[in-house]
Design a protein around this ligand. Sequence first.
Ligand code: GRF
Length: 211
Amino acid sequence: MYTVAVLISGSGSNLQALFDAQDAGGLGGAEVSLVISDRGDAYGLQRALSRGVAAAHVPLPAAPSGSARHAARAAWEQRLARVVAAFTPDLVVLAGFMRILSPDFLQHFSNRVINLHPALLPADGGDTVVTSSGLIIPALRGAHVVTDAMRLGMPVTGCTIHRVTPRVDDGPILASAEIPVLPDDDDASLHERIKAHERRMIVQVVRDLAT
Ligand code: GRF
């Protein structure tokens, strides 16, 4: 059995796509055995619990700035790593997990952490992406890339699944898709179209890794 831990912060529609594929026999023998969120109100936790899949809320405690904050964050990551490690997953999927994980955390799960990013990323770690039509667009990184694509008036954006390395929103690319920005798009409609692609892509990538 190829076991998968999924880390989320929100709705978990990509998580649901993995559950649905698993039920339909389309996940190559992979099984989501653990769902973790840093937010207790993340709906994805309910999706897991309603199926009897282990679900854990590992909150990042609020801490004042400076060294206390640094220590609280490091302690939180250690807790997170312990919970994930207890399930010995073959793969850790960051599916809308809105926290940056440190090199220490990543070291625990060397080369086994992948991330879903709702924009195109370049394979060379640079600041621009060349689309299939030869257009050069900025590589959008961070937590607001759908809004950024709209704000910058980009004609095309996309989504990427990549292995996670210590550099944020970087690392070997496993899959990506270009998605046009339509004239009447707003942030929500564009993000929903991106997520529809992401849901297909994450299923395919997990299946490929598992088989
Ligand atoms: C996805 O767009 C993912 O790329 C981003 O957060 C979103 C998560 O969506 N990091 P959902 O919670 O799976 O619906």
